[in-house]
Design a binder for this molecule. Sequence first.
Ligand SMILES: *Cc1c(COP(=O)(O)O)cnc(C)c1O
Length: 430
Amino acid sequence: MKFASTRGGGAPTSLDVALAAGLAPDGGLYVPGHIPELALQHAGATLADTATAVLAPWFTESELRPSLADLCTNAFDFPAPLRPLPSPNNHLLELFHGPTAAFKDYAARFLAGCLSRLRDPAATSPTTILVATSGDTGAAVGAAFHRRDGFRVAILYPDGRVSPRQAHGLGCFGDNVSAYRVDGSFDDCQHMVKQALTDTDLRTRVPLGSANSISLGRLLPQTAYYAHAALEFRTRHGVPLNFIIPTGNLGNALACWLAKRMGLPIGGIVLASNANDVLPRYFNGDDYAPHATIATLANAMDVGAPSNFERLRWWHRDDAELRASMRAYSVDDATIRGTIRQATDRHGVVPCPHTATGLHVLEQLRAAGDIRPWAVVATAHPAKFETIVEPLVGHAIEPPPALAAALARPATSAPLDADGTALRSALLQE
Ligand SMILES: *Cc1c(COP(=O)(O)O)cnc(C)c1O
């Protein structure tokens, strides 16, 4: 299978080249030549087994094909349980049992495994993975590459716009992972990373790589937990499972859509956005109109220009067909607060602010008479956002063990001006 750019530039290339490059040379996103159909009837014995089966068609010509099962065993070594909620047909797909307590751990670990194996063994200088983060990506990528031979990581996050625990989680790695707190927004961080990645002079002096959610190595592995949950669900109940997905850059939801197109038993896909409502507006019929990011309680979804939209659009003939593929709702901060406050009574769980947007959308669907089985995707553990969640629920939230261990380590970060020159000199000094 070959992979081409959404912008049509350059010749189609192999998966391995696309994985290593991240972004296509013309600035587009890599998309596969076709979407393979899977005839899977049942989930594997483990999530890693399902992942191996679901990812295999993409890797047929890859140098990584013989290692795929190992890559999946290492990346998918913590569960993604589908927890039934008290009301019939309501479920939570818990994706926060990894080292940094957010769903991005799965894909970051898979991508790190791929890049390690693809690295030229004769290369002398380490590759620096640049990552702009609104909180969770940086931690997941830092954890995935921490102490990995041949790699360094530079994490850029917007100072003051991530939760205190998120900030700690970004700065607690040390060794080959550096955290920079940027005097600017997430969009500034993303722009600085893009600028560095296209700076050919810098790249000859400091080998750079990327791990943002536009990378195929992030997108493809995220199909695995949707496949696993949907297959197990159909085996047990005989019907497809529908998903509500808290959405920012559209990477996680796009993976769900991809899994559906591959033939997995997935019904409806609904996006839950925060006040950054570019997707809800589009799916409700407005033009696609990216805007400057608005800061919200669900900060990992504070995205005004969802980068994976370019892929989603590429895969559809026109706006009408695309709008028919999923729906999207916007949930404001007051509603997020109210949902967290009432979630214990209504759903028997304490959600993080991102997951709360999904729970609220579920409540809306139920109020409108929808009786289908829905799974809300729980994208992070609430203990990561304790300064928001604890006052609303009135008690402390125990961090899961991996998060507790990270919080017990000291954390440091370096200040960085929000401009490309500052990043350039920091990278040249490392
Ligand atoms: C990254 C993230 C999201 C948004 O996921 P996208 O793939 O960017 O749409 C939602 N919730 C949490 C907790 C996240 O870390």
